[in-house]
Write a protein that binds this ligand. Sequence first.
Ligand code: T46
Length: 133
Amino acid sequence: MKIEKYQFQQHGDDRGQLVALEENKDFPFSVKRVYYIYDTKEGVHRGFHAHQHLQQILVCVHGSCKILLDNGKEKESVLLNSPSEGILVGNNIWREMYDFSPDAVLLVLASEFYNEEDYIRDYDKFLEFVNRE
Ligand code: T46
């Protein structure tokens, strides 16, 4: 499967770098929620779910981590290790996050408010969901 990767514009000058993200311009949805994952313990794997509707942009703004994406047919992993790179994780994609460096901060821009009912946390149900047609 092809992971949709974004290289965000860096506004660098002699003071350092700045990245600005505008909804529906730098990524294809409006943002209702922002959260970030940090201080992840060694060896921890997170995620293990898909969403029915949610779309998200993931950016590892500090440190590094890996993301495994699975559309029910194919799987692909990506290393996030730059504050100017992001990936789009659409709905109907199973995701796992792992190999967090101790200093990793994973920033997530989300298209919807938090809603536990949007989660598919059982892998067999996920396969049924993506193969429902
Ligand atoms: C995703 C990956 C990339 C909230 O109360 N509000 C929130 O907005 C979120 C995201 C979580 N929570 C609570 C729910 C749990 O009690 O925070 C706790 C940890 O959430 P969860 O176990 O779902 O975290 P991850 O890292 O497995 O998954 C998260 C997102 O939930 C998920 O949508 O795509 O990051």
